[in-house]
Structures are given as C-alpha cells and as structure tokens.
Write a protein that binds this ligand. Structure first.
Ligand SMILES: [Zn+2]
Ligand SMILES: [Zn+2]
Length: 253
C-alpha cells in the first residue's frame, strides 16, 4: 500500500517536463519518421510483388526483430547503464530508472515527449530502406522486414505507455487483446522487480522464448565474467533512498 509518510520523506522521482525546443525536435522527428514510413511503404508496394507467401512471414519477422531489439536495449540500460553517462544518461537511462521507481510518471508524458526519441532512431534505418536498390530477392526481404521492424519498433514507447494505462484508447486495447502489441499482464512481470526479466516491450512476443532460454541471464553472466561489471549497480544506488510505488501496470481487459 502507499505510504504517504515515506513519500514525504522520499518523494517519488519524476522526469522533468520537456522544454519547448525538445518538444519541437520530437515533433519534427515524428513527422519525418511518419513521412519516411509512408514513402517506404509506397516504394515497397510499387517494386515488390506483395502476393507472395514469404511477404507476411518476413513482415511479422521484422516486427519480432523490433521486439527483440527493444529487449536488448532495455536490458542494456537496466543492467549496465549509469544515469550519469554523458548524453544517453539523461535521455535514455534516467527515464528507465524513474520508470521503475514511479511507473505512473510515464502516464504524464504527452505524445510528442513519449515518441520523439524512438522516432528519431528509426529515421536512419528508414533512409536506408528508401535508397537501397530493390533489384534482388534479398533486397525485397530486407525492405519488407525492415518496414515491419521500423513501423512497430518506432511505436515502442507508445505501446509501453499503453501497457501502463488503466484505460488505454479502444484501438490500443484491441491490439493488446489480439496480442499485436505488448499486453499489460506480459509487462507486469518486469515491474515486479528486481527488473531482470521480460525486457521486451514492443509486442512482448520474444519474452517467453528468451526467458525459457535464460537468454538475458546468460548474457549478463557472460558480461560479468568477462568485464567484472556488477549488474544493476546504478539501479541499486538510485533506489536506495527512494520509495517505490507498489501499483505497477494496468491489468488486461
Ligand atoms: Zn513499464
Ligand atoms: Zn526496466
């Protein structure tokens, strides 16, 4: 249960509100990413024969790659990141730390603030998909898979936010129910702490197979053995004086 006395002594961490220039950059990044996505889709429609058996499989495979990538980035940030690293510390790692300690703070973030950074990451990949010559079967596979990866991968933060909303928009709820995007119940396991499982936050498809393989635990052990690094050291030091809010994510429904 919530402990107001403890919250007074150790207020829950919150991300600072974005500045106007940050919102502007986010808006431009989202607009460019959406235009490029549309252009890549038009290019594929013109140059790839879409009525082939492999097209839906590769498209779905591209989405699975985006989910896997979301897990790897999230695992890297949670396990080895330090909030005081230059540039990526404040932009990437602090939001992850704050999110564990105060998941509800994510719900305050508006559309531009939520989606700008991930949209910016997809832009170089979409530019590549715009310029590669589509003159071979392999190039067609890369284009279709890359499109699926960028389309869903670019929505990762939005999808993650939906998984935390008590009442997400109807379309988001339908996509969650259909298993197309991350389900709240799937993500809840990550928030039970110590935040070392179920890292994938785009569709959540990769979580079960990766957990069955103990993929991230093995990777973590290997990195620890090779580099002598201590996993989650930064997280522990940040959490030491902070109160953690108990209600993590919304329920499916
Ligand atoms: Zn979360
Ligand atoms: Zn996490």
């Amino acid at each position: 249960m919530s402990d107001p006395e403890n919250e007074d002594r150790h207020p829950l961490p919150r991300l600072p509100d974005p500045t106007l220039s940050q919102l502007l950059v986010s808006g431009v990044a989202i607009a460019v990413a959406v235009i490029l996505l549309g252009a890549v889709a038009a290019r594929i429609a013109q140059q790839v024969q879409l009525l082939q058996w492999w097209v839906p499989l590769v498209f779905i495979g591209g989405i699975a790659v985006a989910d896997f990538a979301s897990g790897v980035v999230h695992w890297g940030a949670d396990t080895w990141g330090r909030a005081n690293l230059p540039v990526i510390g404040p932009r990437l790692l602090v939001p992850f730390r704050v999110h564990h300690l105060n998941p509800d703070d994510f719900l305050r973030r508006r559309f531009l603030d939520t989606n700008g950074d991930v949209a910016a990451v997809t832009i170089p990949a979409l530019v590549v998909l715009m310029v590669i010559p589509l003159d071979s079967a392999w190039a067609h596979v890369v284009a279709v898979g890359g499109f699926g990866c960028c389309a869903l991968g670019g929505m990762t933060n939005q999808i993650h936010q939906w998984a935390h909303m008590p009442s997400p928009p109807a379309v988001a709820r339908a996509l969650q129910k259909a298993g197309v995007v991350l389900r709240p119940s799937e993500h809840a396991g990550h928030h039970r702490g110590p935040y070392d499982t179920q890292y994938c936050i785009t569709t959540g498809w990769c979580n079960r197979p990766l957990e069955a393989l103990r993929f991230f635990q093995r990777l973590e052990n290997t990195v620890s053995r090779l580099l002598g690094a201590v996993p989650r050291a930064d997280e522990r030091s940040l959490a030491a004086g902070a109160h953690r809010r108990p209600r993590p994510v919304a329920q499916d429904g």
